[in-house]
Design a protein around this ligand. Sequence first.
Ligand code: SAM
Length: 244
Amino acid sequence: MKENKYDNNNFFNQYKQMNRSVNGLKGAGEWHELQKMLPDFTDKRVLDLGCGFGWHCKYAIENGAKSAIGIDLSENMLKEAKRINHSEAIEYIKMAIENIDYPKDSFDVVISSLAFHYIKSFEDICNRVSNCIVSGGSFVFSVEHPIFTAQGTQDWYYDENGNRTHWPVDRYFTEDIRKSVFLGEEVMKYHKTMTTYLNTLIKTGFEMTGIVEPMPQESMLKESLEMQDELRRPMMLLISAIKK
Ligand SMILES: C[S@@+](CC[C@H](N)C(=O)[O-])C[C@H]1O[C@@H](n2cnc3c(N)ncnc32)[C@H](O)[C@@H]1O
């Protein structure tokens, strides 16, 4: 089984305290943009890949979806999802995204929020989604932006006074594993180029309908000076596509 930091208790306890964990979707910096890219959920069958606490599954059901399946590798995350985002219409399943193998036409909508950068092959994910989503179905996901993942350490460069001088971008075309430190723990992520994200979707039978590099909302920008630095480089990439 793959290593999953979300089952490391130190890491999980830190993650549980993040704004997006405590306040759900409204605490997620990209939600104001991702929400606009989601389809009408009425009567839809939804699959959420790397569902975490299940906020997106719950949102889909509250907005008319017929059913939602949330899959995740982490026991800790799924336990919390069942506790705080329970619904008769949601099934939470412990499974690796790499292993999904649902029959043809099982889902009308496939979503994923900030999970694909933990997975080596984006092409393999797209093929698996393409196999189980209906023609005309929506595939909407977010990942850490290639500019954010390229160099690997996921930190600014600082001058001798501790000021942030710039965000390093390096090894951009080397698609491979990166070790970064997140919430005080070493975490493995897979860097992929923008070309890989976009061309793989096209190659696996999707038509792209939207792409957003979200900036923080005005209200968040006012919260702290550090937040202003989020305007200096993109952290996330959001993509919506339709299965042809
Ligand atoms: C940053 S969290 C995002 C959780 C949720 N989607 C959200 O946006 O609130 C990433 C999630 O992906 C899950 N994950 C990482 N690698 C995975 C894999 N290979 N298969 C399934 N889930 C995975 C983690 O356990 C974690 O719950």
